[in-house]
Design a protein around this ligand. Sequence first.
Ligand code: SF4
Length: 196
Amino acid sequence: MVIFNCLMRGHCCKKFWIPVTHLDLLRIMEYCGIEITRDIVSLYEAELYEDLFYPRISLGGKKYFLALASRSDGSCIFLDNGKCSIHRFKPYVCRFYPFVYVEKDGDVDIEVNENAIGECPGLILDNDSIPIDLKNTLKMYARIRIQELKLYEKVVDDWNKSEFSANGDIDYLLLYILRRAVYDKKYLESIGMWHI
Ligand code: SF4
């Protein structure tokens, strides 16, 4: 049995930066009442993370990954006394750790994240079976995540082709992607794929 019980130590929230989609940001804005400004996000230079498969945003002639902002100690801006202050509406990337989803035969499966073994204090490996309830919940998240990523890829692609990408205005970038997020949320609601 794989046992996972989040001990809320915030270990993963200090170790990794968190890539986000326009819909992750919309959830934080709509359900947590937090204004999405340049203080909430960070741009990570894509050329430093060549192997990362994620939409690359053009801004002022460079390519970036859009992520949550971090504090000077590397911890996520939403980590508060060791706990996530936006837990219920946190980005989808955060919801999978210490697992990952893999796309298989037109569907998804859930596996233990190899990078979390020995790192995540709440993960105990006895053999390779993940509890079915947990697996089913993560599979549901994975299907939603895949759908949202496709929409985000389209938004980033449109942005990169637009006249706005060249001027490097992050405020306008956020405005642009949040406007698109409102439309994409409506679309996901219409096909029963919107989940908070
Ligand atoms: S959003 Fe929450 S769960 Fe995700 S890294 Fe930040 S504090 Fe941790």
